[in-house]
Design a protein around this ligand. Structure first.
Ligand code: CMC
Length: 443
């Protein structure tokens, strides 16, 4: 609503203690009043602010969406300053202490914790869908021997949409449910096949007698034994890692899934986009980058020089910093405890000593504290994977397994949200206009 500025100043009544924002456009002297809802103003309300009738109207500029809410969501709550992470209202600490990953996946997708029957049915459904079509296996066999497993996963999740064309019916509840079950169930199988492919080993089919994390370890490591039985401490550690990675509200890959899904494409294609976004070193690829960084540092006494290089801007301290957490990432705290438990089983890692010292020195350094850079989830997760003898190329693939439940929960929420439309940001055009075309021979 546009108001005359003098009227606003004289009248006074417009700016009473209401949930509104008053904006004065100094180009025209006109004032506008916009509603504030949930501490937010609508970007479209600015469009009414024009210098003339044929003006397009004011836009907001927010590269990387650092201050723009793109949806309403009741899935995951983060208070980055306080270091709080909750799913559907339950703290990550309580979930890690008490729940299994599949229980958390149910919570994310269905919005509530399952009762005993619901959990049994859910676990059964996931378990009986762990096998993949033999042609999916053959598709994966077609990759080069040294193909990055994340590239293999990305392509294969996309390819799954061709095996389940019914998933295109995104308004059909049964199709949606089956897509959710199939993706959560098959992701460990695809991940393990990608690993076995890299190692030149035969692919191992799922063992449906085992739990979700134990079956994954079996598909990774089973050799000649009749039945692979992982150490329960390792199974539990992996399940905790799965819980910690299940969802993280509107991060880069989830925004990719929502953005792609907003075109109403099938969920396999949307999730394939999420896998692509997760691959990057600033997102899920950071766990791989942390291990490479620790390898390069090599010795504790090389840490000061390394940190000087980071402070000089030569590189980043991988596993540190977060767009949302300006405090210790609560997931990193839990993982740190897990590292000790895993190393009890697998034996010491010299890299842990480097990581602990690196963290200590960074947290004592004004460069990091003044920028609120603290360890994030990826700082220690790689050490667990390494202790489990999982090669670095697989780290982000393992992140993708549990994040699938978060991607699907967010996709389902988006599909049912009447306020959502196809994602289509605006731009500020900075190029030339109306140039004369110059024929090739005159250029
Ligand atoms: N090492 C050194 N300096 C850093 C780091 C870092 N890891 N992260 C941020 N900074 C500095 C940055 O140079 C900037 O300094 P200045 O103000 O002097 O220019 C300041 O801190 C703010 O950084 P920013 O790039 O504006 O912060 P952002 O919110 O855009 O970036 C981030 C967040 C996670 C991409 C970034 O902290 C980073 O690159 N961290 C390393 C990669 C990493 O560990 N990623 C995993 C994220 S958690 C898991 C996930 O969500 O996938």
């Amino acid at each position: 609503m546009a108001i005359d500025q003098t009227q606003q100043q004289d009248g006074g009544d417009v700016a009473t203690a209401q949930e509104t924002l008053s904006v004065t456009d100094n180009r025209t002297g006109r004032s506008y009043e916009m509603p504030i809802t949930d501490g937010t103003v609508k970007a479209m309300d600015f469009r009414q602010i024009k210098v003339s009738e044929d003006d397009f109207g004011l836009m907001t500029y927010d590269p990387a969406f650092t201050n723009t809410a793109a949806c309403r969501s009741d899935i995951t709550y983060i208070d980055g300053d306080a270091g709080i992470l909750e799913h559907r209202g339950y703290s990550i600490e309580r979930l890690c202490e008490n729940a299994t990953y599949l229980e958390v996946a149910y919570l994310l997708i269905h919005g509530k914790l399952p009762d005993r029957n619901e959990l049994e049915t859910w676990v059964h459904e996931i378990t009986i869908h762990t096998y993949v079509h033999e042609n999916i296996k053959r598709f994966m066999e077609g990759f080069r021997y040294d193909a990055h497993p994340m590239g293999m996963l990305l392509a294969t999740v996309g390819a799954m949409s061709t095996f389940y064309p019914g998933a295109k019916n995104i308004k059909d509840h049964d199709e949606r449910h089956m897509a959710a079950v199939r993706m959560i169930a098959k992701m460990p199988t695809l991940a393990a096949f990608a690993y076995r492919h890299n190692m030149g080993l035969p692919y191992i089919y799922p063992d449906n007698d085992l739990s979700y994390p134990a079956n994954f370890l079996s598909m990774l490591f089973k050799m000649t034994e009749i039945k692979y039985e992982p150490d329960p401490r390792l199974t539990r550690a992996l399940d905790t890692l799965f819980i910690l990675h299940a969802d993280h509200e509107q991060n880069c890959s989830t925004s990719a899934v929502r953005g792609i899904g907003s075109s109403q494409v099938d969920p396999y294609s949307a999730v394939a986009g999420g896998v692509g976004a997760l691959y990057g070193p600033l997102h899920g690829g950071a766990n791989e980058a942390v291990l490479k960084m620790l390898d390069r540092i090599e010795r504790v006494d090389a840490i000061p020089d390394f940190l000087e290089g980071v402070k000089a801007g030569n590189e980043r301290l991988m596993g540190f910093g977060h767009r949302v957490y300006k405090n210790y990432d609560p997931r990193a705290r839990i993982i740190k405890k897990n590292v000790d438990e895993v190393l009890e089983v697998t034996g010491k890692s010299p890299k842990l000593e480097i990581a602990v010292e690196l963290e200590k020195r960074a947290l004592d350094d004004d460069y990091f504290t003044s920028r609120k850079l603290y360890p994030n989830v990826d700082f220690y997760s790689g050490l667990i994977y390494e202790a489990l003898k999982i090669p670095t190329g697989m780290f982000t693939v393992i992140f993708a397994i549990p994040r699938t439940s978060g991607w699907i929960a967010q996709w389902l929420e988006m599909v049912d949200d009447d306020e959502q439309k196809i994602a289509r940001p605006r731009q500020i055009y900075t190029g030339e206009r109306e140039l004369e075309y110059v024929p090739l021979e005159r250029r």
